[in-house]
Ligand binder design. Structure first.
Ligand SMILES: Cc1cc2nc3c(=O)[nH]c(=O)nc-3n(C[C@H](O)[C@H](O)[C@H](O)COP(=O)(O)O)c2cc1C
Length: 172
């Protein structure tokens, strides 16, 4: 499907970090698969790889936060996109505040919204779609997004086909 891959790559999507929490467990990863998907009521969809720690925490979470990255946020993208919460506590390496249900709100990413999870669609592919209802949003104004064309230098912490072995997962 080379032509398809070339076609969609030209859309050069804006990058975001989605965070979530369930119980005492926090998670977050870099995403390129996300979009508004309803106007009234407002809905937003994020697609999470089933390989990711974030997906597994999101399955049990009530709230997600979506942080839109600016052009200067490549290091945030590196933290959330190249290492996995299966092995590293990303939230010990960045400043965050606890939002509803403990969902981490990244202090360095002021263009963000927090949302309630309303549904999840798993149609058998390697990503699952989480549909959320925005509750509160913040904007710092003139957002110049970090786009895939810059973020593609990063190697994902998990490839989409990964299924981590239990003995490699963090014990805490
Ligand atoms: C450029 C780029 C785009 C990515 N897009 C997505 C995405 O849309 N959805 C997703 O679940 N993971 C995506 N990833 C992969 C995760 O961000 C990455 O595997 C991360 O380390 C997973 O962390 P976790 O295991 O702590 O959730 C992307 C990674 C990169 C580098």
């Amino acid at each position: 499907m080379t032509a398809f891959d070339e076609l969609v790559a030209q859309l050069d999507p804006a990058m975001a970090v989605v965070t979530t929490a369930s119980g005492n467990e926090r998670a977050g990863c870099l995403i390129g698969f996300h979009a508004q998907c309803s106007i009234e009521p407002r809905r937003y969809a994020v697609w999470l790889s089933k390989a990711n720690h974030t997906y597994r925490v999101a399955l049990h979470a009530d709230y997600l936060a979506v942080h839109f990255l600016a052009q200067g946020d490549l290091e945030v993208a590196r933290l959330f996109g190249t290492v996995s919460g299966d092995r590293v506590d990303k939230f010990s390496q960045c400043a965050w505040d606890a939002g509803p249900g403990g969902v981490p709100l990244l202090v360095s990413c002021p263009n963000r919204f927090v949302a309630r999870r309303v549904s999840m669609l798993d149609e058998g592919s390697d990503h699952a779609c989480f549909v959320v209802e925005p509750m509160e949003a913040w904007t710092a104004g003139d957002l110049q997004p970090l786009r895939l064309s810059r973020a593609k230098v990063l190697d994902p912490g998990h490839e989409a086909q990964d299924r981590p072995a239990p003995e490699t997962l963090r014990a805490d």
